[in-house]
Design a protein around this ligand. Structure first.
Ligand code: AMP
Length: 276
């Protein structure tokens, strides 16, 4: 695996590497969820590349950015084991040099859910993803369904700006008890780790109700909310049963729905979703 930290060097490497490049964008502190994307990128492309960059512009709170877990040496070892070809790990000033002032705004799908609770989050995501697409010139880019709204935002941006990249979405990888894998899980105490299961239990409840023929979006939202409120350590940002493309909240579920939620467990904010 080649570890590259400068844009110039990555461009040279890319120019010398013919064939399709499969890219996995991450913020590091890797887990099996990330590795599932990496394996897919390797299997489907001539060259596999991972970027690790904790992108300050997509964090709303300085404290959240400061507490984001990091372990570059461990990440490198994991990616070596996966036999990744290229790891791009630029320092912040390489991506945001002094005087940087151009941002990518995606309208519509950014306005609800995460966009409502984390203003500017998707501005940071869309901008950094555009920059990395320009630098790394991937053929395919692999994203996790775990961040369902991010997938919609990237797909819209790629379509609207005619970016020649195929966006590939991979299923959410979970711990054996159902908790969605996340770099942030490491910040949970044992008691909080237990409380965090409320997210998965609420999503399962939605699936059960749907399977039993309940098509009432509001009733499902209420049942999920009550379940999570039963967990004293949980504080809800949102519980949503929405149209899977427009993200408009649904009263009645006709075609299908994206059921998603964001919940604080102590100082850790977790998100998860299922598609009905
Ligand atoms: P992050 O490092 O959290 O920004 O995530 C990098 C990529 O990995 C994103 O496309 C995420 O959606 C994806 N990802 C994170 N957690 C999981 C998971 N549990 N299962 C599948 N993909 C994931």
């Amino acid at each position: 695996m080649k570890v590259i930290c400068s844009i110039e060097e990555f461009r040279r490497e890319r120019a010398a590497t013919p064939g399709s490049l499969g890219l996995v964008p991450t913020m590091g502190y890797l887990h099996e969820g990330h590795l599932s994307l990496v394996r897919r990128a390797r299997a489907e492309n001539a060259v596999s590349a991972v970027w690790i960059f904790v992108n300050a512009t997509q964090f709303n709170e300085a404290a959240d950015f400061a507490h984001y877990p990091r372990d570059e040496a461990r990440d490198c070892r994991m990616l070596e084991q996966e036999r990744v070809d290229l790891l791009f790990m630029p320092p912040p000033q390489e991506i945001y040099p002094p005087g940087f002032g151009t941002y990518v705004t995606v309208e519509g799908v950014t306005e609800r859910l995460e966009g409502e609770f984390r203003p500017e989050h998707f501005l940071g995501v869309a901008t950094v993803v555009t920059k990395f697409f320009n630098i790394m010139q991937p053929t395919c880019a692999y994203f996790g369904q775990k961040d369902a709204q991010q997938v919609l935002v990237i797909k819209k941006m790629v379509a609207d700006l005619n970016i020649p990249v195929e966006v590939v979405v991979c299923p959410t990888v979970r711990e054996p008890d159902g908790l969605a894998m996340s770099s942030r899980n490491v910040n949970l105490s044992p008691r909080q780790r237990h409380a965090a299961l409320a997210l998965y239990r609420a999503l399962c409840l939605a699936q059960e109700q749907w399977a039993r023929g309940n098509k009432d979006g509001e009733a499902i939202r209420r049942a999920m909310t009550a379940l999570i409120q039963g967990e004293p350590l949980a504080r809800i940002d949102y519980v949503s049963v929405a149209h899977p493309e427009t993200l408009q909240e649904l009263d009645r579920i006709e075609g299908g729905a994206l059921v998603s939620l964001a919940v604080h467990i102590g100082r850790t904010r977790l998100i998860d979703n299922v598609v009905l």
